[in-house]
Write a protein that binds this ligand. Structure first.
Ligand SMILES: CC(C)(COP(=O)(O)OP(=O)(O)OC[C@H]1O[C@@H](n2cnc3c(N)ncnc32)[C@H](O)[C@@H]1OP(=O)(O)O)[C@@H](O)C(=O)NCCC(=O)NCCS
Length: 201
C-alpha cells in the first residue's frame, strides 16, 4: 500500500515539475520530488538551480529576484519553507535539510554547507534595516546587506534566529531557540539569547 502511495505521489510530482521545465530561469535535476502548491519563481535576471534527488515539499516558496539560488543534490526542503533572494546569491550545499516553516531571506549572501540540518521555524536573514535617521521611517531608510556562512555538518535547533554577518563553523550545534549574533567556533555547542558557548562536542 505504502509503495502505491509513493508511486502516485511521484507521478503527481512529475506533472508539477513540467511547468518548471518550460522556464529557462529554473533548472531542476533528476529524480526530484515537488510537493503540491510549491512555488518556484525567478525574475529580474534571477535563477534557481535544484540538483538531483532533492525534495521540495508542500507549499514551499523559493523566490529569486536577481542572483542565483543553488540547492545542490540530495537536499530536503520540508513544508511551508520560504527562501528568498533579492539581487543576492543563496547556496545550499549537498545533503542538507531545512525543516518546516523556516524563513530564509538574503539581500547579501548566504551559504549553507553540506550535511546541515536546520530545525523547524528557523529564521535566517542576512540583512538589517538602517535606522540612524529619526526623521525617516525605518522601513524607508534602506538596508545594510550582510553575509551569513553556515559550515558543514551543522545542526541548527528549532526556532533559532541567525543574524547578519555571522559565520557558524563546521560541526556546530545550535540549541533550540538561540539567537546567533556572533561567529561560532567549530565543533562546539551553543545555546541561548544571545547564543553562548555551552560545551565542546
Ligand atoms: C543544545 C542541545 C542539543 C543540548 O542537549 P544536551 O547535550 O543533552 O544538553 P543538556 O540537556 O544536558 O543541557 C546542558 C545545559 O544547557 C542548557 N540548555 C540545553 N539546551 C538549551 C537551549 N536550547 N537553550 C538554552 N539552554 C539550553 C540546559 O538547561 C543545561 O543547563 P544546566 O547545565 O544549567 O542545567 C539541546 O538542548 C537542544 O536545544 N536541542 C535542539 C532540539 C531541536 O531543536 N530539535 C529539532 C530537530 S531538527
Amino acid at each position: 500500500m505504502k509503495s502505491i502511495i509513493k508511486i502516485i505521489k511521484r507521478s503527481l510530482s512529475f506533472f508539477r515539475r513540467l511547468k518548471f521545465f518550460a522556464n529557462r530561469k529554473i533548472k531542476i535535476g533528476k529524480n526530484i520530488y515537488i510537493g503540491p502548491r510549491v512555488k518556484l519563481k525567478a525574475i529580474d535576471g534571477g535563477s534557481i538551480i535544484i540538483g538531483d534527488n532533492c525534495e521540495i515539499n508542500e507549499c514551499t516558496k523559493i523566490f529569486s529576484g536577481g542572483g542565483k539560488i543553488i540547492i545542490e543534490e540530495n537536499c530536503m526542503i520540508n513544508d511551508y519553507v520560504q527562501i528568498g533572494a533579492m539581487e543576492a546569491d543563496i547556496t545550499i550545499h549537498s545533503n542538507s535539510s531545512i525543516n518546516s516553516f523556516c524563513f530564509i531571506s538574503s539581500r547579501g549572501s548566504l551559504t549553507i554547507g553540506s550535511n546541515v540540518a536546520i530545525g523547524p521555524q528557523v529564521v535566517i536573514i542576512t540583512d538589517n534595516h538602517k535606522f540612524s535617521d529619526k526623521n525617516i521611517p525605518i522601513k524607508h531608510q534602506g538596508d545594510i546587506k550582510g553575509k551569513i556562512i553556515i559550515g558543514d555538518d551543522v545542526w541548527v535547533g528549532a526556532g533559532c534566529k541567525i543574524l547578519s554577518g555571522v559565520k557558524i563553523g563546521n560541526g556546530v550545534v545550535v540549541g533550540a531557540g538561540a539567537v546567533v549574533t556572533k561567529n561560532l567556533e567549530p565543533f562546539k555547542v551553543y545555546a541561548g539569547v544571545p547564543a553562548k558557548f555551552l560545551k565542546d562536542r
